[in-house]
Design a protein around this ligand. Sequence first.
Ligand SMILES: [Zn+2]
Length: 380
Amino acid sequence: MKYARAFSILLIINIIPVYAVYEPPTNEEQNIFDKLLTQFEIVDAPKKDVSDVIETFQKPMINTFSCNLHDTNNQIIIIVKTKLAKFDENMVHQDLVTGGSYTWHCSETMRSGKISLDCNNELRLNPKVISNDTQIDPQLRNIENLVILYHELLHGQLMIDAMKNSSLWQQETCNLQSGDDIDYSFADPDHKIINYLQTQFASELVDTAGGKMITKEISPDETNNGSFTIKVLSFIDYPLFENGTKITFRTNNISENSFFQIKNDVFLSGYLKDNTKSGIAWFYLFHNEKTQNMTSESIPAWIKQAVGLWSDENTPDENFYSVVDYLMEHNIIMSNNEKNTVSTIPHWFQKNAHLWVTNEIDDNTFVGSIQYLISAGIIS
Ligand SMILES: [Zn+2]
């Protein structure tokens, strides 16, 4: 999810030859877009109307308005078109999972009191994020894909809204002098509005699917120079999800994040990438059939003994990996790789293992935390 600011005409022509650079989407990308858009248009959840921007894929949106008598210019003519473009790895945003991008590309001409904006915008969707993320359950993946599309369309719609209806933007544009930049900030590059709208939409979709979405904002003053360990939720507040719950999470401006569970509470630790700004974590709770059906019999006693020894630091990590192998072979946890790669197992996990051995946390929770290590790529 990424926004690229539109450049002034000079930049487009001299530095970024936008027309030459346009690359059509792959068949896969076109299919993804068509399917997702069809689904998006029939989805039964309240959302901001983005039909203007959707229409710009079919036909140009033309918006013309006259300026006031004493303004610098007398007329503004705007044409907006959008087309799907091939996803570009180089456009990957640093802080965010780049599910896609919406780019405003407008060429601006100013002639005898008339300003013409000819916008040939591009939507890009990252097929890797949208179709291949096998570590997420399909239900959540589908929701996230719809949210990615909504997010990108909002970058288009919010600017179109300003062009059509904002007297502030219209007046500003009517009073531009030659050499001034057009204000594209209404496209919300900082996600001030989009984050909120997207969270609302996602939460509605999760509810409809029988899950629960919890948003946690971590402000810099809750951290120690950016690093934090914070309680994000307690299952006491969500009794429906107490047993057999699968937790997935996404974050923004947080790195090296990990979450762990102690009894009924779930904690998140990590640090703020930019510790002058808040970080956001979105947690998705879904019932997990797989772990729900698991009984204590499905984990043999020797496993608990082995983990017990390991958590007391009496045996090397290799013994722990043989436990992971067993759990994978019996499909209690899932991984794409067959062999475990050794990297450092976080300290919190060792604590979790100890809590499990002493029966302070249950099997589901413990298995869930191993599954987390795999999903997070700490072991694979
Ligand atoms: Zn964005």
